[in-house]
Design a protein around this ligand. Structure first.
Ligand code: FES
Ligand code: FE
Length: 445
């Protein structure tokens, strides 16, 4: 029995066996050993999203973020370089910086007052000439994350000294980020700090859903169809594509033109904004994708997802505004996560349109968002099942949509982008791809 508290190796062997039939034991969604191994094997060895360059545009700007459970300071130093460093003081381990964001010349520890330069180097301490006559400042700086990378403004870091290059790891996901965030040379910016709220479920529940769960929309969100906010939800599966692009990175596209009509290409952005985009920086396969099954949600392994969708700042009233948000599924404890959500806008967009996008995005996906509440409440069950006495956390969950002839989920023969595209929303190839990567990382020694 691979229930909670059993040997991790036995549970991972069960995962391997069940994944061969596209199933997964529920125990992985709240298990102490699984969670501890995830912190080490997944968050301790992979590139993790930390934020956007527009959050720290100036020297000394910083934000507090997390890699797994570890708090880090993401700061822009005097040379303009982005540095990511541990937020634990080297004296007694106190959490050094206590503000979520700001601008700092130095960081001073609240416990005994050790002072660090903005780049993490040890600088001084109270009574330094009497207290630390022999202290070597070079030994006592903050621990720095060895690998930091930026792609399309997104900041990633990897705490492993043996990290592969970011672009190699992103692979096909970089191609998607280019098609999503590289449409204008001025790029996008955050519209404020991330909203954060706690959800009583595992971080993987959000990551898998945002990477490819089209099947839930006409059930979990049907009340939004009933009141006219989400249209034709029961037909949506016909206009979907699922992109599994390698390394567990997974995306979903919608053909808005087929769904809503000719005016709805390019996510329904207004024409004056689309005219400012420079599609010549994209390759033909990217342009074809934007003109057909435009990518609307996706997950970059392990815990970064995005949304770009037309919504209304005033539900039921036209025109729509197309919001872009990045979200992160932050692990907190077995069966508990924090959801972090940033709203973005194009620097080339008007202030008025940006504000409409922000409101539309918050209406749909935020702590009180209409879609968000539908999603988060249904995710809580699996974290309880994972620890249940009956039927037991080792019970298998079903990921078999589109698996070996189970349902009509054809491969798109015309797809020229990375990985595999399947047409129709009745499939779970993306979730399988995510969990295959998850298992590889968990079993790697
Ligand atoms: Fe930071 Fe003592 S713990 S100065
Ligand atoms: Fe949903």
């Amino acid at each position: 029995m691979a229930t909670n508290g059993s040997d991790l190796g036995v549970l991972l062997q069960l995962c391997e066996k069940e994944l061969e039939s596209s199933m997964l034991p529920a125990a992985v969604f709240s298990n102490d050993e699984v969670f501890a191994a995830e912190m080490k094997n997944i968050f301790g060895r992979n590139w993790v999203f930390l934020g956007h360059v527009s959050e720290i545009p100036n020297t000394g700007d910083y934000v507090l973020r997390r890699i797994g459970l570890d708090p880090v300071i993401v700061v822009r130093d005097d040379s303009g370089e982005i540095i990511v460093m541990s937020n634990y003081c080297r004296h007694r381990g106190t959490e050094l910086c206590q503000s979520d964001q700001g601008n700092a010349e130095t960081f001073t520890c609240p416990y005994h007052g050790w002072i660090y330069k903005k780049n993490g180097d040890w600088l001084s301490a109270p009574h330094v000439s009497q207290a630390y006559k022999e202290l070597d400042p070079k030994q006592w700086g903050l621990a720095k994350v060895p690998h930091v990378g930026v792609h399309q403004g997104m900041i990633f870091a990897n705490v492993s000294p043996d990290a592969k290059p970011l672009l190699e790891e992103l692979g096909g996901a970089a191609w998607f980020l280019d098609a999503l965030f590289g449409l204008h040379p001025d790029g996008m910016r955050v519209m404020g700090p991330p909203d954060r709220w706690r959800v009583q479920t595992d971080w993987k529940s959000g990551a898998e859903q945002f990477g490819g769960d089209n099947y839930h929309v006409e059930s979990a969100h049907i009340s939004l169809d009933d009141i006219g906010i989400l249209q034709s939800a029961r037909e949506m599966y016909k206009i979907n594509a699922q992109y599994a692009v390698g390394n567990g990175h997974i995306f979903t596209g919608h053909n808005f033109v087929k769904w809503f009509g000719a005016d709805w290409d390019m996510w329904g952005y207004p024409k004056d904004l689309v005219d400012k985009f420079d599609l010549t920086v994209l390759d033909q396969a990217q342009r074809d994708m934007l003109a057909s099954e435009t990518p609307v949600v996706g997950t970059i392994f392990p815990n970064m997802s995005y949304l770009r969708f037309p919504g209304s700042p005033d539900p039921g009233v036209q025109p729509f505004a197309t919001y872009t948000s990045i979200r992160q599924w932050q692990p907190v404890a077995p069966g508990v996560m924090e959801l972090w959500s940033w709203q973005f806008t194009w620097n080339a967009a008007s202030d008025e349109y940006s504000e409409q996008c922000y409101v539309a995005g918050q209406n749909a996906f935020s702590a009180s968002g209409m879609f968000e509440q539908d999603d988060t409440v249904v995710w809580e069950g699996v974290a309880k099942l994972a620890r249940s006495v009956f039927p037991g956390g080792d019970i298998a969950l079903n990921y078999q949509l589109g698996f070996e002839g189970m349902s009509e989920n054809p491969i798109d023969p015309h797809w020229k982008g990375p990985g595999v595209s399947r047409l129709s929303g009745i499939g779970e190839q993306n979730q399988r791809s995510f969990y295959q990567r998850w298992l590889r990382e968990m079993q790697a020694s």
